[in-house]
Design a protein around this ligand. Sequence first.
Ligand code: PEP
Ligand code: MN
Length: 374
Amino acid sequence: MLHQIDNTNQPAADKAVPLRQLLHKKPLLIAGPCSAESREQVLLAAQLLRDTHKVDILRAGIWKPRTRPGNFEGMGEAALPWIQEAQALTGLPVAIEVASAKQVELALKYDCSVLWIGARSTANPFSVQEIADALKGVDVPVFIKNPVSPDIDLWVGALERVEKAGVKNIGLIHRGFSFYGRSEYRNAPTWKLALEMKRRYPQLAFLVDPSHICGKRELLKEVMQSAIDLDYDGIMIESHPHPDEALSDAAQQVTPARLVALLDDIIWRKETDSSEEIQEKLARYRRIIDHVDDDILNLLSRRMQIAAEIGLFKKKHNLTILQTARWNETLDRLTALTEKLNLSPEFIKQYYDAIHMESIAHQDKVMNETPKKS
Ligand code: PEP
Ligand code: MN
């Protein structure tokens, strides 16, 4: 039995719904172990997760794309009958990762209900094209994780290839981006990039994968809450009956019981409210914001006009556009103001870097404009 659409903003999963509509359920919860390790582990995880009555789709990795060799690389085809069994036993669809045409073919042969393209594959257009070609004419929902590198075009490209193959039910999963250096996260969330993707494709289910962002279970709650606050449509999370014994990604997996506790701890927020009073109050705030935005733009325009005048002046007196001492003084003065104005110094630095570059561009234009030939 599959699940019913539920708009109450609580994960709930004991009603039947056609699979293709599942992608519109909000919040959608996909949970299961990083890897399918044994028949017992798959079936136990499936039952425990079904019994939470919160999980909509189970997950399990069959072929594990490990960054370095020597780690557990998944059970492969031998695990696929366990997936079939888990689906039959729980009535829940199971999602698996596919990274090649052969894997798509096997996933479909064993009736896997949902597929996803992993971050390493999304980063490789050859792999995505091969998967997309194998998906032609197949009616199966496909989730596309972001590529490992923070490159939105690769993510868009993967989506376009899968769309072109005729796949109708597509969702996106934000699993964070790799970076060089140290961080509390395994993969940097880089929310800005993810939100840009969400903005461009508002019609697609947009899920967070906190497990691969965090890398350790202690951070999960905060990342899940952030995603819910940012109006994500759901969560794909790794859950294992015995996380510490997991053959892959042990530190980031949680027991099904811990998953329930995490979900109960989250404050589920909704994008809109039907109350007219609430809508009207929000609209009033937004009108004020609109006025402030207009003021900011008008002031910016004035600032750039003055920059252009300064540009002409500097041109006349043969002065450089950039005077580093002046720029440092300006930044110091503004940074000193930030605390009083309740603005963060990091934000003001970024904001003023952008304004300064634009100002330089305006000066450059008037200083170096080549006279048009008549
Ligand atoms: C996974 O979901 O287990 C996985 C390998 O994810 P990603 O492709 O995000 O690294
Ligand atoms: Mn994993």
